[in-house]
Write a new protein. Structure first.
Length: 212
């Protein structure tokens, strides 16, 4: 069946508007969880009717952002191409993989009280949290990380650290491509600073090579 002339450009425009609304909503809600849909529409450069044409209410918009975050985080966590040399290398790769989608991670936590609830956020973040805890467990078993805290507790502490570092980037206190955050995570997990830098440099180099 031949599409009527003009229909595909209209669809492309609709997809573009939807993507722009989501990107703007992610930014605005991350900055202010109480921002209104009207303010999001204005920031996205669309009229209110266009926003509501894609998302009939705040709940629909937040759910779309949640699903987007879920897919991005799952993709990042499952992107390990081959076994890492040590748990320290695993942790470095994990942080470097998660960092580019960190804003989505931070957004979910910002919306936990008003929109999503702890249970929904936990469902979305479970793969990342489980992977981080598993890396901590392997590292402690191999003697790479000290066992002064249970793996899940150490993982939760590192999660809070990553959120704080993301906030520092967002407010302009710091600039980082993920390598600084990865070094900070390794040091917090108990890896000596110089060794942490060496591991992160090696893993970052591997990631670049794999992407080329």
């Amino acid at each position: 069946m031949v599409e009527p002339k003009g229909r595909e450009p209209v669809r492309r425009n609709a997809r573009s508007n939807r993507a722009r609304i989501l990107a703007t909503a992610r930014q605005e809600l991350g900055r202010n969880p109480d921002v209104t849909l009207e303010e999001i529409a204005r920031a996205a450069g669309v009229v209110r009717r266009t926003l509501f044409g894609h998302f009939p209410g705040r709940a629909a918009l937040v759910e779309a952002l949640t699903e987007e975050a879920s897919q991005a985080l799952l993709s990042a966590v499952s992107g390990q191409s081959e076994p890492a040399e040590t748990p320290a290398h695993e942790l470095a790769r994990f942080v470097l993989s998660i960092w580019p989608v960190g804003d989505r991670f931070r957004l979910l936590l910002a919306l936990i009280h008003q929109d999503l609830g702890a249970q929904r956020v936990s469902e979305v973040l479970a793969p990342a949290r489980d992977e981080a805890a598993a890396i901590m467990d392997r590292g402690q078993h191999d003697g790479v990380f000290p066992a002064h805290l249970p793996p899940a507790v150490l993982s939760a502490g590192l999660e809070a650290l990553m959120i704080s570092l993301l906030e520092c980037v967002n407010v302009g206190m710091w600039e980082d491509d993920g390598t600084g955050a990865a070094v900070a995570a390794l040091v917090a997990a108990g890896v000596p600073t110089e060794r942490a830098r060496q591991v992160v440099e090696a893993v970052a180099s591997d990631i670049k090579r794999e992407a080329s």
